[in-house]
Write a protein that binds this ligand. Structure first.
Ligand code: SF4
Length: 317
C-alpha cells in the first residue's frame, strides 16, 4: 500500500487518489457532514405514464431510495429517525437533507418550495441535495433551485446512467442524453451545482462505452459524480433478464479496472461522491461481492496505487 507521502494527489489528505466527497465536505465545513436520505414519494414520470410505464428496468419498488426515510412520515420525522441511526456511528456533525427516492422536482413549484424550505430549516443542516431526472426540470423549477443555491450549498443530482441512448432505450429509461444535457444546462444557467449518477455494467455496454460516458462527463461543468455498479434487485424487470441469462454482471476486478479508468478521465476538481453503490442486502440478487463495499473501495485504492495513477491523469479537454 502506498503511503500518504507517496500520494501526489492534491485533493486528498490520506491515501485516496481521487477527490472524495468526505474530503470535500471536511474542507468546506471543517467537520463531519452527513447526508440524511428522505423519501417524499413524489413518484416518477417513468412509472405513471407521463414519460413511460414500468420504470427503468433496474429500479426497485423503493424508486432507488432503499435507505431513505419512511414516506408515511413527514420530513422532520424522517430526518430525525435517519439521523438517530447515523448518530449511532458518528455522534455529532452537520447534515445535508437528501431528497433521494424518485424524482424530487416532479411536483408543482409551490409544493417543492415548501418541501425544500422545510428541509433547510432542520437543525444543523448546511445544505440540500435533490435527486431527480433532467426532464423534470423546467425554467420555473430551475429558477427556484437557483434562488436556493444562492442561500445554501445545493446540489441537484441527475440520473444519467449512460450517455448511450441505445442502452437507455433498452433499460426503458425514456430519457436520452440530449434530455440530460437540456436539464443540466438549465441548472448551470441558474448557478446550481450538478452531480451526475452513472451506472457501470449495464447490459450490452462494453468497457469502451463506459469510458465514453466518463469522457463526455469530463467535458461538462460538474460539481460531482456518483459511480454505481449495476445491481440486480429482486422483483425488477432486470432480475427477469438476468435469470433468463440475457446478460452477466461484472466481476469485482473488472469493475475496479473500469472505475479506475473512468477516474483517470475525470477532471481532478470533480468531487467523487461514490465509487460503488449500496444495494439493499435483502433485495440484492447479483453481484453479491458488492456487499463488501469497503473491500471494493480498498481494491480501487490499491489499483490506483499500483498504477501510480490518480483522478484526472488522462483528462483531456
Ligand atoms: S427515473 Fe429513477 S425513480 Fe424513475 S424509474 Fe428510473 S431509476 Fe426509478
Amino acid at each position: 500500500m502506498n503511503t500518504i507521502a507517496d500520494n501526489p494527489f492534491e485533493y486528498s489528505a490520506d491515501n485516496k487518489r481521487y477527490h472524495t466527497y468526505n474530503h470535500y465536505l471536511k474542507k468546506r465545513f471543517g467537520q463531519k457532514v452527513m447526508k440524511i436520505s428522505l423519501n417524499v414519494d413524489l413518484g416518477c414520470p417513468n412509472r405513471d405514464g407521463t414519460k413511460g410505464t414500468g420504470g427503468c428496468k433496474f429500479c426497485s419498488a423503493y424508486l432507488s431510495g432503499e435507505f431513505a426515510g419512511d414516506p408515511c412520515d413527514d420530513i422532520r420525522t424522517q430526518f430525525e429517525s435517519v439521523r438517530a441511526k447515523m448518530n449511532e456511528k458518528w455522534s455529532r456533525g452537520l447534515y445535508i437533507p437528501y431528497f433521494q427516492a424518485g424524482s424530487n422536482t416532479y411536483a408543482p413549484v409551490e409544493r417543492l418550495k415548501v418541501m425544500y424550505e422545510t428541509a433547510l430549516g432542520l437543525e444543523n443542516c448546511v445544505g440540500l441535495s435533490i435527486a431527480t431526472r433532467a426532464d423534470c426540470i423546467d425554467e420555473e423549477k430551475a429558477e427556484l433551485l437557483g434562488d436556493i443555491a444562492k442561500k445554501t450549498y445545493l446540489t441537484v443530482e441527475l440520473g444519467l446512467q449512460t450517455v448511450h441512448d441505445e442502452t437507455a432505450l433498452a433499460m426503458n429509461r425514456c430519457h436520452t442524453f440530449s434530455d440530460f444535457l437540456a436539464g443540466y444546462e438549465l441548472l448551470r444557467r441558474h448557478g446550481v451545482n450538478v452531480c451526475v449518477h452513472i451506472i457501470d455494467g449495464l447490459p450490452q455496454e462494453t468497457h469502451d462505452m463506459m469510458l465514453e460516458t466518463a469522457r463526455q462527463l469530463a467535458q461538462l461543468d460538474l460539481h460531482s459524480v456518483k459511480i454505481h455498479l449495476l445491481h440486480v434487485l429482486k422483483n425488477t424487470p432486470l432480475a427477469q433478464m438476468y435469470e433468463q441469462g440475457e446478460f452477466r454482471t461484472l466481476e469485482m476486478q473488472e469493475y475496479v479496472g473500469i472505475v479506475c479508468d473512468q477516474l483517470e478521465l475525470l477532471p481532478k476538481e470533480f468531487v467523487i461522491q461514490r465509487v460503488t453503490g449500496d444495494g439493499a442486502r435483502d433485495e440484492l440478487i447479483a453481484p453479491l461481492w458488492s456487499l463488501k463495499k469497503f473491500c471494493v473501495m480498498n481494491e480501487i485504492d490499491k489499483e490506483l496505487g499500483r498504477r501510480n495513477s490518480y483522478q484526472g491523469i488522462k483528462f483531456a479537454k
